[in-house]
Design a protein around this ligand. Sequence first.
Ligand code: PLP
Length: 413
Amino acid sequence: MTSVAAILPIDTEKIRLDFPILQTKVYGRPLVYFDNAATTQKPVQVLETLERYYTEYNSNVHRGVHLLSQQATEAYEESRRKITSLINARHDHEVIFTKGTTNSINLVASSFGKTFIGENDEVLISAMEHHSNIVPWQLICEQQKAQLKVIPINEKGELDMTAFERLLTPKVKIVAVTWVSNSLGTVNPVNDIIAKAHARGIPVLLDGAQAIQHMPVDVQALDVDFLAFSGHKMYGPTGIGILYGKEEWLNKMPPYEGGGDMIKQVTFARTTFNELPFKFEAGTPDISGAIALGAAADYIQKIGLENIQQAEAALINYAYERLAAIEGLRFIGDAAHRAGAISFLVKDIHPFDMGELLDKQSIAVRTGHHCTQPLMDIFGIPGTVRASFAFYNTKEEVDYLVAGINKAAQMLQ
Ligand code: PLP
């Protein structure tokens, strides 16, 4: 077999030095971190950006005339421009800073929902959604007396596109689907989904929480209406995320939250609202988080998202082959097009038991339902063991995981 190191387009060994946590040990052994779908580790470039903000120009944005406030505002807006470039948005004001994917989806569900979803209308999601792309729509559907409809999946964990077309009736006011499944690793055919929905005049929201860190994203080429993602899953800090929305939609949507920054003028009788993007950024934002998210965007763009995609695909293929050879291991989800995560069960071993024994061997994986309980119900299982990959993971770590699983399986049988 060709060595993965030989075909990787990036220098993994060098890149790992950027991540202080990857140099640490747990239980006296080097950390092997395969829980990247839950959150990624942070490079020094991001950590130093956070520290620099707090030690050199900590100040509120868009408010003060003093130098520090101007510096903070400039860095905050510069970061917005970096995200605009990362996703190739047409305008900077189409990029809204939020707390993360969950917050971004809640914003759209509430603000779009109150305006465009009415009684007997439908919202179309898929069977593989994270709770964050289910519950906000349930809440707005209940409020507006609308219905939530679900695109089914096949046994490989791929969307049933024939059923999708059948479900795309004039009642559907928005389609909200994940780009990449956090539990199965399925990459959905988003170009096709958007084209088919648009052919019927229906807007599409993509949950990009598991896509943005794994592949090049171009919102103009996709023609997507809304894209939600989290900073902490793309090597940035927690507490910050992005909602991209097409200007024409965002302009038609009412504010989600009221407070400072989102207003033009306030009287006790009436308030007029600020222009985009500030209309959707009420209160003091996560300034340090936003600025450090810009540093994370710089970091992955410097490595190159095509390179990241290629390196991770090679590693995932290798992991898939090695895991498939483990006696009694079965994959949960076996999509032809995949990224990020591999989910599996070994014999009848409970995922928590496997997770605990891997942890004791310094291997961090996720176990459980991964915030996709309805999906686990479809597969008739309580949960899975999930190994999720980043470009800093190595072939040696995959070998160590495979050995760890074999060892755990022996102990548990
Ligand atoms: N959507 C998907 C597909 C996810 O994987 C996650 C997090 O795991 C979320 C939404 C929620 O992201 P956050 O908790 O950062 O808001």
